[in-house]
Design a protein around this ligand. Structure first.
Ligand SMILES: *Cc1c(COP(=O)(O)O)cnc(C)c1O
Length: 432
């Protein structure tokens, strides 16, 4: 068998270019991170060839003896990481994990109360273009205009008014921690399931840098590739299984099933076919990394760097939604600078700084323009940058945003970005 370099030089060359891009750009997209070599080795392994429909000990295919052990290790490590009774490590992505939650707990037409998409919520929490908004009836709560934070009393009022079957927590652009106890008391008051989607903050939660939702939410989903820094994938967890007295799940067989059983069937065969066993192996490696002491050090630095970034931007006269951050990201409202998200994203891209334009709460621009940018610290923290470098990043971004059309500024900032990237090397290989 030939290496890709010889067999398919066209794709290989593009992989080289992408590696170069990752090595020499400031990666500030809040949902991205850099996986370790060990994780990528597992992802690139022979397990990509293996069909293992079903679960350990209950497969529909032969030859699963090693796949079984790997999946069991992945499950055990994930349970330990979050103090969970039960996990499912097979969802192909965050969206797939969420699809399984809907299938397990909701019927078409049921009401979901979720985090307003225009305030930072995710597509899979009721967007009209997503299955969650097409097959279910979405209602939303949002942040307060003055504070940029959630107001639990208003959420309680909303829940009582719309009587949802499920309440979801979790967002892609909210920089504050959640009051899970109050969310749960609201869910109990209206008889709803409580679902937390910790896709963005799973790493910070694993190390205790943010509160753990598992004792409060009936079900928790996540991605494994954002702050958790694993392979691209999804995960579903339950803190306490067997709490299934709510009776909202009417099992066809008449036997009341545990939520874990409902969710396992909702993943396979409900919404997926065969698991990606190479990714399951990579998840096991990632959970192993997350159980090490230095992962806590990393997450603490992620938080410190995001705070340093927020403070520096505020010093430079920028408006940060909610005036700071508890987690790994900040959302900048650019309106007082006479800019929009589209212009800022494009100008920063020309200076080798990667951010994404983002709606801010009560935005008056369209989603294609937006009034803000979202900036996250996880990826560059993985490279070893600390507070001083993040302050430097705020200054570099400010220099570009002061003159978004100035090519000389783009060039001089790009040069500084390159120096910074060279000081904190990333990947010294293109393929393994
Ligand atoms: C990223 C994200 C997802 C989706 O994850 P994918 O792996 O891209 O499908 C779901 N929910 C939230 C809150 C997210 O931030």
């Amino acid at each position: 068998m030939k290496p890709i370099k010889n067999q398919d030089p066209q794709i290989f060359e593009l992989l080289e270019k992408e590696t170069d891009r990752q090595n020499y750009n400031l990666e500030l997209i809040a949902s991205e991170n850099f996986a370790s070599r060990a994780i990528m080795e597992a992802q690139g392994s022979v397990l990509t060839n293996k069909y293992a429909e079903g679960y350990p000990g209950k497969r529909y295919y032969g030859g699963c003896e090693f796949a079984d052990v790997i999946e069991d290790i992945a499950r055990d490590r994930a349970k330990k990481l979050y103090n969970a009774d039960w996990v499912n490590v097979q969802p192909h992505s965050g969206a797939s994990a969420n699809a399984a939650v809907y299938l397990a707990f909701m019927k078409p037409g049921d009401t979901l109360l979720g985090f307003d998409l225009s305030h930072g919520g995710h597509l899979t929490h009721g967007s009209p273009v997503n299955f969650s908004g097409i097959y279910f009836k979405p209602e939303f709560y949002g942040v307060e205009k003055e504070t940029g934070r959630l107001d639990m009393d208003k959420i309680r009022d909303k829940a009582k008014a719309v009587n949802p079957k499920m309440i979801s927590i979790g967002a892609s652009a909210y920089s504050r921690d959640y009051d899970y106890e109050t969310f749960r008391s609201i869910a109990d008051e209206v008889g709803a399931f409580l679902w937390m989607d910790m896709a963005h903050t799973a790493g910070l939660i694993a190390t205790g840098n943010l509160k753990n939702p598992l004792p409060h939410a009936h079900v928790v989903t996540t991605t494994t590739h954002k702050t958790l820094r694993g392979p691209r994938g999804g995960l579903i967890l339950i803190g306490k299984d067997g709490e299934n007295t709510m009776g909202k799940v009417a099992p066809k067989s008449g036997r009341v099933k545990n939520w874990s059983e409902l969710l396992d069937s909702a993943v396979f065969p409900g919404t997926q076919g065969g698991p990606l066993m190479h990714i399951v192996a990579a998840k096991a490696v990632a959970f192993g990394e997350a159980l090490q002491d230095d992962f806590k050090t990393y997450q603490t630095q992620v938080q410190k760097n995001a705070k340093a970034l927020a403070a520096k931007f505020m010093e430079l006269g920028y408006k940060i939604v909610s005036d700071g951050t508890d987690n790994h990201l900040i959302l900048i409202d650019l309106r007082n600078k006479g800019l929009n998200g589209k212009i800022a994203e494009e100008a920063l891209g020309k200076a080798a700084i990667t951010v994404n334009k983002n709606m801010v709460p009560f935005d008056t621009e369209s989603p294609f323009v937006t009034s803000g940018i979202r900036i996250g610290s996880p990826a560059m923290t993985t490279r070893g940058l600390k507070e001083a470098e993040f302050e430097q990043i705020a200054v570099l971004i400010d220099r570009v945003l002061q003159k978004p059309d100035d090519e000389q500024v783009h060039q001089s900032v790009e040069n500084e970005v390159r120096e910074l990237c060279e000081r904190f090397p990333l990947y010294d290989f293109v393929i393994l």
